[in-house]
Design a protein around this ligand. Sequence first.
Ligand code: ACM
Ligand code: ZN
Length: 545
Amino acid sequence: MKRLTTLLAAFLIALCAHAGGLDGIVPLPMKATLLKGSLRLSGAPVKCDPAFDETAREAVAAFAAQLGYVSGRACPFSAPVGLSGAAASGKVKGLVFLKDASLEPEAYSLDVSTRRAVVRASSTSGVLYALQTLRQLLPAAIYGTGTADRERWVIPACLIEDRPRFAWRGMHLDSSRHFWSVDEVKRYLDVMAMYKLNRFHWHLTDDQGWRIEIKAYPLLSQIACWREGTMIGRDFDSNDGIRYGGFYSQDEIREVVDYAAARGITVVPEIDLPGHMLAALSAYPELGCTGGPYAAWTRWGVSDQVLCVGRESTFTFLETVLSEVAELFPGEYIHIGGDECPKDEWKKCPDCQAKIRELGLHDDGRFTAEQYLQSYVTKRIQAFLATKGKKIIGWDEILEGELAPGATVMSWRGMAGAQEASRKGFDAILTPTSHCYFDYRQAEDPAGEPLGFGGVVTLERIYSFDPLDGIAPEDARHILGVQANLWTEYISTPEHLEYMLLPRLLALSEVQWCQEGQRDPERFLRVLAEHEYPVLDAAGYNYRK
Ligand code: ACM
Ligand code: ZN
């Protein structure tokens, strides 16, 4: 009887492990076919084609080490020459990663039989995504830190062919309004990587704090990174009286960039200009129209005090800062902000007005002279960054006035920015407040939700987002992809940050990755409850249930 119970228990565990078959994979793969049987991965040899680069080989080796550790049976890793020949002759066992140049850059395939699993990819990204998929086919304990040798470390026999719909699969983080430690940023990157996101938009500067060390301007990380307190709740006239600050040293920036790269994520830094610059002005008041004094803001909102762009010294500042930024971040884009730049001071400033006259700018009924002045700044910074091999991204305000070819527009005030940009031949990224602002609360009913910015973006809403809504078919190639933004005015703890991020990030990942017409809200909600919440629990994330 005891033996029978044990057998029955083993059978039930086996059933559970396979109850969902391929269900646990989020974002849903392009094609996935469940076959009969399964393959035990604990103790299996793991081999990686030496033709892959070090990042890919190290990621596969780390997966093998983690699997060996949690399952209690080591998975020996190697990168033997001649692996593809052995695979072609059918002589491989265990888990094998092969380079296949015929696949698209971010694509991968997974072919699992009861004898072996073969992953094919042409690039490091493909290998990294295949590893995420493999983890999702294993018990959730693969994400944990403890051993779980009683789990069944098998994956179902299957065939998967997968690639993303959009190239830009972004997530943004505001480190200015509240500062996030390097370890907190890494946890953010980890969960992005789990769901195959590939761009981390890092908002590093704003009115309330400057967060990146710039060697040529040391006061940015001595003065501009501090504010004398923070408003309490929604009371704009209050101040908690607690000095608040923090910045990332250049070594820490490099550490984050490398950590992200190892997970297939490119970091896109944002230096918001010419508005949202009050913190910088507090350290270098000569950069403002009035000369100050200025202090980093203790309240949320948009300061009227912006960079004086009538003086050459401001451009010296910007070019010096951006030169250091360009060195630190190897990606092809630098985000230069451009949003919410009040023009009140420029209207009053003799230097800004002299610049307007010198450039021959004037109101033309469409835009004001001051809006054209901002265009001048955008174009000049774009041309400068081009000499550093970088392209610019700006918030959709950069469409006001004139935009030079090669700029990319991040559409946040709805879809109109992306529609106009793509119609005019500019690339665009969609981050509309209506679907992609994760600082908005997750439920219609504010009761039970933490204090937030206002506005609602439910899980269902982000899941229902149609990125090509209102985009002409012939312009769709200009839509690089989709990103969600997480502004942190009202978010000051890592638990709250993760709560706002999750599980909405998972819905976002299906918007970004799944082929058109593949999303299924019912399936998604079921998979979330059955597979993804246990995964997030094992990985130790806080999330909204
Ligand atoms: C923004 O939310 N100000 C881009
Ligand atoms: Zn000025």
